[in-house]
Design a binder for this molecule. Structure first.
Ligand SMILES: [Fe+2]
Ligand SMILES: [Fe+2]
Length: 188
């Protein structure tokens, strides 16, 4: 009897893992479809060399935020422009430097305030951003950047996903693999 119960429990657990894995693969497919140019660009790959929180790189953090943004819009049935949601989320931290190493021009304690503007400037140089994508990047640190209030639902979703991912990464619930040395270009 106990053996049968264990068997049922294991099967349920296996089904849960399978569903989770398939969902994860589907989110990755959507990201690849919406932003192949961003994902394969030198500068986006360069972000693998910078840590965001804990042992999570900026690259993986942005991918996490994009996946969670899609998951939130699907789960809550929030109608939105998915392509712009994904692209804005992938570029929301496109500041292209290691924010833990500050200097007079970029003191680390002010990074939270100024990096959305730098990310927007860098992303604008390389991509034709839509107004929604610009809104996502520029406003994602609200309410820290008090006057930069999100104006579209995509920006609201990304700012929420960003905070949740940042929290989980900071407490090491979401694990990264640490930074990877990369060769690339940068824009700031
Ligand atoms: Fe950010
Ligand atoms: Fe972020």
């Amino acid at each position: 009897m106990a053996q049968r119960r264990n068997g049922i429990r294991n099967r349920r657990q296996a089904d849960r893992w399978k569903r989770k894995f398939e969902r994860h693969r589907e989110l990755e497919r959507q990201l690849r479809e919406a932003a192949p140019d961003i994902l394969h660009s030198d500068n986006f790959i360069l972000t693998k060399g910078h840590i965001q929180h804990g042992d999570m790189t900026v690259n993986q953090h942005c991918i996490n935020v994009a996946k969670l943004s899609v998951a939130i819009s699907d789960k809550l049935h929030i109608k939105c422009k998915k392509r712009e949601l994904i692209r804005g989320a992938l570029l929301h931290d496109y500041f292209l430097y290691d924010w833990h190493v500050g200097d007079a021009r970029k003191p680390t304690n002010l990074h939270g305030f100024y990096h959305p503007g730098i990310a927007l400037r860098n992303a604008s140089k390389e991509y034709d951003l839509t107004p929604r994508e610009r809104d996502i990047i520029e406003k994602h640190m609200w309410p820290l950047t008090l006057t930069k209030i999100p104006r579209c639902r995509e920006a609201w979703i990304v700012t929420t996903a960003d905070k949740w991912c940042s929290f989980l990464e900071t407490i090491h619930y979401l694990h990264g693999h640490g930074k990877v040395e990369t060769k690339g270009t940068r824009g700031n």
